[in-house]
Design a protein around this ligand. Structure first.
Ligand SMILES: [Zn+2]
Length: 313
């Protein structure tokens, strides 16, 4: 079974701890080459996320993390860098693991469109507009004022649409979410969010939001953050995650769901899903509950179709 994963924060860990080796099994690193390889992950998105411990986040910090991505991940002999649809298909036929470079939160771009376009030149192909709080462009989901886009943020959306950078709504405020649907015409992705109906956390999406993504031919990456899966009790199990799959299928999203683990961005885990190498446990659970063609779509096929349609030619 092939797998694609829409979100991880391994670059953040590699940035903060230069001793971590992407080529080794490291206790501290959920996503590493041996683990991806063991599990059958064929494509992994790597997010540039400047953690709150960085006092004055700047474009230079983004460049440092992109440098780490190129030096430690994309240049690994078993990995290949995906910038367009042809790269995606080449990764499949080469047997290498494809890496897609993403940005989580535009905060450090500080409204600079030259910097935004430079990210495209450096290979960033998917951008999460906010992290949890407000930035110059838009509010995140935990910002108490619950605002939408600024004028500069709206201009940025036009630029993203023109360049062909995919927009990610995970972490975005609800007002921002609905404004985005007015202002931006292309398919939209939520790389790491679950269903609010089943687990009412602000990071999860309402049925109306999920349906809007599905109707827009978008993609929802269900995430392994345990408290986004099941709020009422621990341990959270893989069977709890499957309920989110059923819910999205009931909303008509069977061809628009996949996974976005958030590995290396979490300090708690679903039972049996401690790192990328544990994807086998999900495969087993899926195979017990769905047809093989569905399992293939959830793990890989839906992401594949979304990426081949929405990455640049
Ligand atoms: Zn996140």
């Amino acid at each position: 079974m092939r797998i694609m994963d829409g979100h991880c924060d391994a670059l953040t860990k590699l940035y903060h701890n230069p001793k971590l080796d992407f080529d080794k099994v490291e206790l501290e690193l959920d996503v590493s080459f041996p683990r991806l390889s063991k599990a059958g992950v064929k494509v992994q998105c790597f997010a540039v996320y400047l953690s709150e411990s960085i006092a004055n986040p700047s474009f230079d910090h983004i460049l440092q993390m992109i440098d780490i991505f190129h030096r430690k991940v994309a240049s690994h002999p078993g990995m290949t860098f995906i910038r367009n649809a042809a790269d995606f298909q080449a990764a499949e036929s080469s047997g290498q693991i494809g890496a897609i470079l993403t940005l989580e939160g535009v905060d450090a771009l500080a409204g600079n469109m030259v910097h935004l376009r430079s990210l495209y030149y450096l290979g960033v192909r998917l951008i999460g507009l906010s992290w949890n709080y407000a930035n110059w462009a838009v509010d995140g989901v935990m910002e108490p004022r619950k605002g939408g886009f600024t004028l500069k943020g709206k201009r940025m959306l036009k630029e993203l649409e023109t360049m062909g950078i995919i927009v990610d709504v995970s972490h975005l405020s609800e007002k921002g979410f609905w404004e985005l649907f007015e202002l931006y015409g292309k398919p939209i992705v939520a790389t790491h969010s679950n269903c609010a109906r089943l687990c009412p956390h602000p990071r999860n999406l309402s049925d109306e939001q999920l349906t809007a993504i599905i109707k827009r031919q978008g993609q929802i990456g269900l995430t392994f953050v345990p408290y986004f899966v099941e709020a009422a009790r621990t341990p959270v199990r893989i069977s709890d995650l499957l309920k989110h799959i059923d819910h999205i299928c009931a909303l008509g999203g069977e061809e628009h769901l996949g996974f976005g683990s958030d590995f290396d961005g979490i300090a708690q885990w679903i039972e049996g899903l401690r790192h990328s190498g544990d994807y086998q446990n999900i495969i087993e659970a899926l195979c017990q509950n769905y047809r093989e063609s569905q399992v293939e779509r959830f793990l890989y096929g839906n992401w594949r179709k979304f990426m081949l349609t929405n990455l640049p030619r």
